[in-house]
Design a binder for this molecule. Structure first.
Ligand code: AMP
Length: 354
């Protein structure tokens, strides 16, 4: 069934803040949400009609979950491929296995981007210290070693400034696949989020500018302060990649912009993205509502900006300043219901309307 009407139940794999904000948007449109996550008392389950707490490999739990929902989506891409395939046999999974397969693996993702008319940083597959040395010679220093899977917020990454760093590097190459990337002297980091519906229609959110601190997104500025042509090119690229992937849902594309305006794709996410959180307060249709609309086969909404905005992530102890943010005019505070403010943990965000 292409259209999943309001009143139906949406199954979301993953229980984090992206699932929480998606569940809230789904509730606004009259849907029920059933979350599947290994985490007890997860941020998403706190605001959902039902939750299954089980491992992503638990086939019996996955089957029971699929029987209880009308459509399945996910809020993160590291769901095992086998689990997504099992779910697809029972209910529509949007986006499907192809998007997961491509976006969860850095090497496949880069090959896909280059084959689809986009560009990336130069890269080489590496599987030993010897191949790392040869690749570093080819790409030059500095360069960045990354795990192909399960890396996020700078985890699973090692910056290599010189050959002696390779000798000192403590990486077990038998633990998965690795890619070495040339270091990109970017002028700005941008991102663009494209929604694509079941019939292939697309809507693009404004291109935004991202500032990272300790490898974690710190600030997003909407819209990005870039030339009109750079913004149009980022949108064109986002649409082309969403189309090539056959995406149904959201595709977030993180970009490096060079001094001369060239855009290189850093990574992609087949789901709502942290750099789109500002849209809850600043866009006509926010990324979470658009995500639900796309996944349920509803007409997509206007993703235009109502006013410029800046989003600030509240990481770890930053959350202690919540009362100060509440006192600010034109500020909207969003907290994720996480009990423990560990360092590096995303606890909430604030949108400042300009
Ligand atoms: P990633 O997890 O790949 O998104 O990397 C996190 C952050 O590290 C990026 O947002 C950049 O700020 C930085 N970074 C990652 N790869 C590169 C690269 N090849 N060149 C320069 N900076 C990078």
């Amino acid at each position: 069934m292409a259209i999943i009407p309001p009143g139906s139940t949406i199954g979301i794999l993953g229980g984090g803040q992206l699932g929480r904000m998606s569940a809230l948007a789904a509730a606004e449109l009259g849907y029920r949400v059933h979350v599947f996550t290994p985490e007890e008392h997860s941020p998403a389950a706190q605001v959902s009609a039902a939750a299954t707490v089980a491992a992503y490999e638990d086939e019996a739990a996955l089957k029971a979950f699929a029987e209880n929902v009308d459509v399945v989506t996910f809020e993160f891409e590291n769901v095992p491929a086998k689990s997504a395939e099992l779910l697809e046999k029972i209910k529509p999974v949007r986006p499907g296995a192809k998007a997961l397969y491509l976006c969860r693996h850095r090497l496949r993702e880069k090959e896909f981007v280059n084959a689809s008319g986009g560009k990336t940083a130069p890269f080489c597959k590496v599987d030993s210290k010897a191949s790392l040395k040869a690749a570093a010679k080819e790409l030059g220093f500095p360069c960045i070693l990354k795990t192909c899977e399960l890396g996020y917020d700078g985890k699973g990454q090692w910056k290599i400034a010189a050959e002696k760093d390779i000798d000192a590097l403590d990486v077990d190459f038998t633990q998965g696949e690795f890619v070495l990337e040339g270091f990109v002297p970017f002028a700005k980091e941008l991102s663009v989020i494209v929604a694509r519906g079941v019939e292939g229609e697309m809507r693009c959110f404004p291109v935004v500018e991202n500032i990272h601190k300790n490898h974690i997104l710190h600030i997003t500025r909407a819209p990005a302060n870039v030339q009109h042509v750079a913004a149009r090119e980022a949108e064109r690229l986002g649409r082309a990649l969403a189309e090539a992937m056959g995406m149904v849902g959201l595709l977030a594309v993180e970009l490096f912009m060079l001094e001369d305006g060239t855009l290189l794709v850093n990574e992609m996410a087949p789901r709502p993205h942290n750099s789109g959180h500002y849209s809850i307060d600043a866009c006509v249709t926010d990324q979470f509502e658009q995500f639900i609309r796309a996944v349920c086969g509803l007409p997509l909404g206007d993703s235009g900006l109502r006013c410029p905005a800046e989003m600030v992530n509240l990481i770890g102890d930053d959350i202690n300043a919540w009362a100060q943010y509440l006192a600010l005019p034109n500020a909207k505070l969003h907290l994720y219901g996480k009990s423990e403010a560990r360092p590096g943990r995303k606890m909430g965000h604030v949108t400042l309307l300009k």
